[in-house]
Design a binder for this molecule. Sequence first.
Ligand SMILES: Nc1nc2c([nH]c(=O)n2[C@H]2C[C@H](O)[C@@H](COP(=O)(O)OP(=O)(O)OP(=O)(O)O)O2)c(=O)[nH]1
Length: 133
Amino acid sequence: MKKDIHVVGAVIVDNGKILCAQRGASKILPLKWEFPGGKIEKGETPQDALKREIKEEMHCEIEVGEQMEHTVYEYHFGIVHLTTYICKLIDGKPKLTEHVAIQWLLPDELQTLDWAPADIPTIKKLISLATHK
Ligand SMILES: Nc1nc2c([nH]c(=O)n2[C@H]2C[C@H](O)[C@@H](COP(=O)(O)OP(=O)(O)OP(=O)(O)O)O2)c(=O)[nH]1
């Protein structure tokens, strides 16, 4: 049986733009774009996991707001349960450490990137929310 992997992703919004991060070439899902975040550890709430991951990966502090989307996607390596949250920066600016690139994009620009498949429902929701504003 494939393993279940519980992951949180931060949709960090600043000035109407969304932070997008590109995975490294030697990782699983090489060079795919994703929302910064990672696996929830034992005993952590999703919000705590997200704050910890963003501090570790991007060296900044976020406030975690409402849940955006929850997706279950079966990859060859396991079943990813991805929950995304709207977040805002409260201290510092995101720095490149684990990722190979970051971009700040408007909702209608998000589809120009090659996203990890589990992220597509979040991308669609962000575009539709911006369109129906
Ligand atoms: N952080 C993040 N991970 C995502 C997204 N979409 C998606 O399918 N994933 C997958 C990639 C990974 O398999 C898993 C996230 O775990 P991770 O960030 O700790 O994994 P990783 O591959 O970077 O690192 P590791 O397993 O080598 O520790 O979820 C996303 O938007 N953000």
